[in-house]
Design a binder for this molecule. Structure first.
Ligand code: ADP
Length: 501
């Protein structure tokens, strides 16, 4: 099958969150299954030609936006799949995956992807309506006739809308189906109605059955309504988002599409996240020989002037600092937690109020905490390897990747049982010695605190904790299984498209 994956961010080119990890790794897994995959994204400032071996593809596109036609250049690079494990599809696995970049400087040549720490860019409607139509025009220009366009998050939501409206009778896309994946329903691409002129669509699309949402344009809703298949990134989240509590106002739309709505758990890329091969960490280790983990812990703490001890657990957080992630609960308990013999390491950036909150915690407990406000992939690896526990008390979490990385590094996740966290973390039972972490259900600081206390207690028993680490490190969340599920869904979407369902 010819699959085009469209995403606003893709590892290794540009990343703000888990979406980029997913759209960087899924193409490789699909290729290992023998599929023909191409990828497309905007060319932001951070996507440097030289570093990424990008070249001008010699093609330009002319994309209508409002009453103008705006030209963009197409660049080409590759996702390298050479590190992937050798399989029976070895010759396929060694092929590079083409990535096309929409080079439109006025829109994408900026310091940030979507906005500054002060807020979103004011022209995001224009930037991503343009991106969607540019994806379609690029297909025609490079003569790529995909069987499926797999769209990811609101920034690509207009692709299914266009294919079912302006391009409905275009023979080029006669058999092209769309799969739309929601990585986070909290980000919808909401814009005022007067931006409708940008899309060159009639007002008949701007209805509650179409892309209108309480008087505004909702681009994510466009993706949900017009795509052939909708997916999200865990089974639990696919059910949660059909309820008022988690639906962000779109629960009705999702319930309407429940027969076409699937939850596929994300995999992780063990080429990048594996303590046995990780180039960022001090010492390599595996579940067969854990001694390197202690070396990693010592290095992590020493860099920041803290004293490492096997008796003192390091509790870590690596995250976007956003309301979704449950930081109000951490703020509530931090003073009580600091009374215990623990060390706390946080790496994150995001909303100003949380940046300030954690900087303040760092100042109040300099001997027990390391607080790093910023985005730092190298440090993220060092923390995964050097910490003992990993906190994710999320209000909601579509899938979550860090708990999966944490398993592999023997860093035990303590999570709220929501979305993908619920699907992947199983409570440790010290009697049966089963389970891979700790989870709690109620969104409350009490529930979080008592779960951390339980973890600290078990940590004190070396043999119990050791078994827990081995359980976690034995988990396998590689992409192959989930990629197979996507292939089945691509086939379903194609069948719907071709049979005109
Ligand atoms: P989300 O997509 O909601 O941000 P995920 O858990 O799905 O959450 O994915 C987050 C990804 O971003 C992980 O790969 C995580 O390591 C990475 N990440 C988040 N914040 C930072 C940071 N400050 N520095 C480095 N990596 C980060």
């Amino acid at each position: 099958m010819k699959i085009l994956i469209a995403s606003p961010e893709i590892v290794p080119f540009a990343k703000t969150g888990g979406l980029a990890d997913v759209t960087g790794a899924l193409p490789k897994a699909l290729q290992r299954l023998g599929e023909d995959v191409t990828v497309i994204m905007p060319k932001y400032q951070i996507v440097e030609d030289k570093k990424n071996n990008l070249e001008y593809a010699g093609k330009k596109i002319h994309v209508p936006i409002s009453n103008r036609i705006e030209e963009a250049k197409i660049y080409k690079g590759y996702i390298n799949s050479h590190q992937s494990p050798v399989t029976s599809h070895q010759s396929v696995a060694n092929k590079k995956i083409p990535v096309y970049f929409i080079d439109k400087k006025e829109y994408y040549d900026r310091e940030y992807l979507y906005g500054t720490p002060q807020g979103d860019y004011p022209d995001n409607a224009e930037r991503f309506i343009y991106f969607a139509r540019a994806i379609i025009e690029t297909c025609k220009t490079i003569e790529l006739r995909p069987d499926v366009i797999h769209c990811n998050d609101w920034q690509t939501g207009m692709v299914p809308v266009y294919l079912k409206t302006l391009y409905k009778n275009d023979p080029f896309f006669k058999d092209t189906a769309t799969v739309f994946t929601v990585h986070n329903l909290g980000y919808q691409g909401l814009f005022w109605h007067l931006d409708m002129h940008l899309a060159n669509l009639g007002w008949d699309i701007f209805t509650p059955e179409g892309i209108e949402f309480y008087g505004k344009i909702n681009i994510l809703k466009g993706g949900l309504v017009f795509s052939d298949i909708v997916t999200t990134v865990s089974k639990t989240y696919s059910l949660e988002i059909q309820t008022e509590e988690y639906g962000h106002g779109l629960e009705g739309v999702l319930r309407k599409r429940k027969d076409d709505l699937y939850g596929v758990i994300n995999g992780i890329d063990y080429d990048d996240w594996n303590p046995l091969t990780d180039g960022y960490i001090k010492a390599k280790y595996s579940k067969e020989n854990l001694s390197g983990k202690w070396e990693c812990k010592k290095e992590l703490l020493k860099i920041y002037g803290l004293t490492p001890s096997k008796e003192i657990p390091v509790i870590a957080v690596i995250s976007r600092l956003a309301d979704q992630k449950g930081f109000d609960l951490i703020a509530d308990i931090i003073d009580d937690l600091m009374k215990f013999d623990v060390q706390f390491v946080l790496l994150g950036t995001g909303e100003e109020k949380y940046n300030t909150l954690f900087e303040d915690i760092g100042k109040r407990y300099p001997a027990k905490t390391v607080i790093k406000i910023g985005f730092d992939n190298t440090l993220a690896h060092k923390i995964e390897a050097g910490a003992d526990m990993f906190l994710m008390p999320s209000r909601y979490e579509p899938c979550g990747l860090n708990q999966l990385y944490s398993f592999k590094y023997g860093t035990i996740p303590i999570v709220r049982a929501t979305g993908g966290l619920n699907d992947t973390v199983e409570n440790y039972n010290p009697v049966k010695r089963t389970g891979n972490g700790f989870k709690f259900s109620e969104y409350s600081s009490n529930a979080l605190f008592s779960t951390i206390k339980k973890a600290i207690e078990i940590y004190r028993d070396f043999s119990l904790w050791n078994r827990l680490m081995i359980n976690a490190m034995s988990e396998d969340f590689s992409w192959d299984r989930s990629a197979k599920e996507y292939v089945e869904l691509y086939k379903k979407a194609r069948a719907k498209r071709v049979n005109g369902e």
